[in-house]
Design a protein around this ligand. Structure first.
Ligand SMILES: Cc1ncc(COP(=O)(O)O)c(C=O)c1O
Length: 477
């Protein structure tokens, strides 16, 4: 397929944009571009064909089963996009006077009260732009809290080895030392290891529950108590909130602060590098440390306030507002019972899939899972040479998107599956059959798997070459 630059016809005039009505800026001469800007020159219909072709060459949640799950892409009801596109939401500008954006502030405080209720928290900020950004924000709040209390020696954050890679990275970015603790044989936190790790230098613990192998830690309240008793705070990585929302609350498990991947759980796709939102919720003890621009309502009037010990702004303006309108639409259309039902369906679907695959595949962590589970192809690879990557590519020939590969790192040849709440039993049955057939095929002839996929517009790509020698920009003649 041609790149948009290769479709370009030099000199092709387009006049879609009117003349600029913004006064020219005073950029100094030496900072101005010296050469022409290379922009593709295409008619509207050529451009439209280009994007349609691109869409046809990729595989999305609208094409077929997508067990990568909420981690990247779950089906999001279209009404949420429609509401986000309403003129009153879409056309507002962050520099508008606050009295003209009262409705937008009401959206924020309403979403705050729903999310606080679901999480057992007292307040939320919507500024962070993604999960990892929420982690950093929450850790900076924890840091500011300890510093205000004179606890300057609390410099360590405990992170289990099953954690998402962003957890230790955020801890380092916030200036903490990360203490990595190994998981037990169930992928959960080992209490004795945790007790040995905490001390007067503990600032906090970062934990996702259910964890990245899809297990709900049965010792959760004991874990958070151990950290509290040592004077630390508990941080909940809410990227896996999907199976517990409306059922149990991080606040009741003993967490003091959470981030949500609202762009996963509450109805905006995570993939594609588009704008995300990682709201941070906290208990009252941390409320004064929230980022600046905290909206509050007094007698029907909304205003932005500055929390007393704010860590400052973590992003320009007020966060990716259109994501919040989608999330609030999702919450309001589902309602309390619908949210609980969604969580239960996510868990039911994952367990159904797990039990179907268990017939032939290795499931390293137990008989039951929450919203996702991990299979390991290490045995199959030893017997047939078929790796997790080969299997993932083979699925594409059966109109199924590959699951997450090689994560979590504690499982060799891992495939992590998350069907989500919206898939039907028929789809899950088909998926199970495809997996079982592929297993038999691997046993018969593993060699062919190294060539898969055979029917997609782009076949097996040289992934090592792409990683070692990336060509990520177009070189003009
Ligand atoms: C468990 C967990 N924590 C944190 C993150 C980071 O979120 P984000 O990718 O939005 O930065 C993810 C992302 O997928 C995750 O799965």
């Amino acid at each position: 397929m041609k790149l948009v630059f290769e479709r370009s016809i030099p000199g092709y005039e387009t006049d879609w944009l009117g003349a600029s009505d913004v006064p020219g800026s005073a950029i100094p001469e030496n900072l101005r571009r010296q050469t022409d800007l290379h922009l593709p020159e295409l008619s509207q219909n050529e451009l439209s064909r280009h994007y349609t072709q691109l869409a046809k060459e990729s595989f999305g949640v609208n094409d077929g089963f997508y067990p990568l799950g909420s981690c990247t892409m779950k089906y999001n009801p279209k009404v949420n996009d429609e509401v986000a596109g309403l003129e009153g939401f879409k056309e507002i500008h962050p520099l508008q006077p606050v009295e003209t954006i009262q409705g937008a502030l009401e959206v924020m405080t309403t979403a705050e009260s729903w999310l606080s209720e679901i999480n057992g928290m007292d307040a939320f900020t919507f500024q962070p732009a993604a999960g990892a950004h929420g982690e950093l924000t929450a850790l900076l709040m924890i840091k500011a809290y300890h510093e205000l209390n004179g606890d300057h020696h609390r410099t360590k954050i405990i992170v289990p080895d099953s954690a998402h890679g962003t957890n230790p990275a955020s801890s380092a970015m916030a200036g903490f030392e990360t203490v990595n603790i190994p998981s037990d044989e169930f992928g959960c936190v080992d209490l004795e290891t945790l007790k040995a790790a905490v001390g007067p230098d503990t600032a906090g613990l970062m934990l996702t529950n259910p964890n990245t192998v899809g297990i709900f830690d049965p010792n959760i309240t004991e874990i958070t108590k151990i950290v509290h008793d040592a004077g630390g705070l508990n941080y909940y990585d809410g990227a896996n909130l999907n199976p517990i929302m409306g059922i149990v609350r991080p606040g009741d498990m003993g967490f003091d602060v959470v981030h949500l991947n609202i762009h996963k759980t509450f109805s905006t796709p995570h993939g594609g590098g588009g704008p995300g939102m990682g709201p941070v919720g906290c208990k009252a003890i941390l409320k004064d440390f929230l980022p600046d621009y905290y909206p509050v309502e007094t007698n029907g009037t909304w205003a932005f306030t500055t929390p007393k010990h704010t860590i400052g702004q973590v992003k320009g303006f007020y966060g990716h507002f259109s994501i919040l309108t989608r999330a609030l639409t999702y919450l309001l259309t589902l309602g309390g019972d619908g949210i609980t039902a969604s969580a239960k369906a996510a868990v039911l679907n994952a367990n159904y899939l797990l039990h179907g695959l268990k017939e032939k595949y290795q499931v390293p962590y137990g008989d039951h899972c929450m919203h996702e589970f991990v299979i390991s192809l290490s045995q199959l690879k030893k017997q047939t040479g078929v790796s997790a990557l080969d299997m993932a590519k083979a699925l594409l020939d059966y109109q199924m998107h590959p699951p997450t590969m090689y994560f979590p790192l504690i499982v060799p040849e891992a495939l992590m599956l998350e069907p989500t709440e919206t898939e039907s039993k028929q789809t899950l049955d088909e998926a199970i059959q495809i997996f079982l057939d592929l297993y038999d095929q691997a046993m018969e002839n593993g060699e062919v798997f190294h060539e898969y996929p055979l029917t997609t517009p782009v076949g097996r790509v040289d992934e090592v070459g792409a990683a070692r020698n990336p060509q990520i920009r177009y070189l003009f003649d």
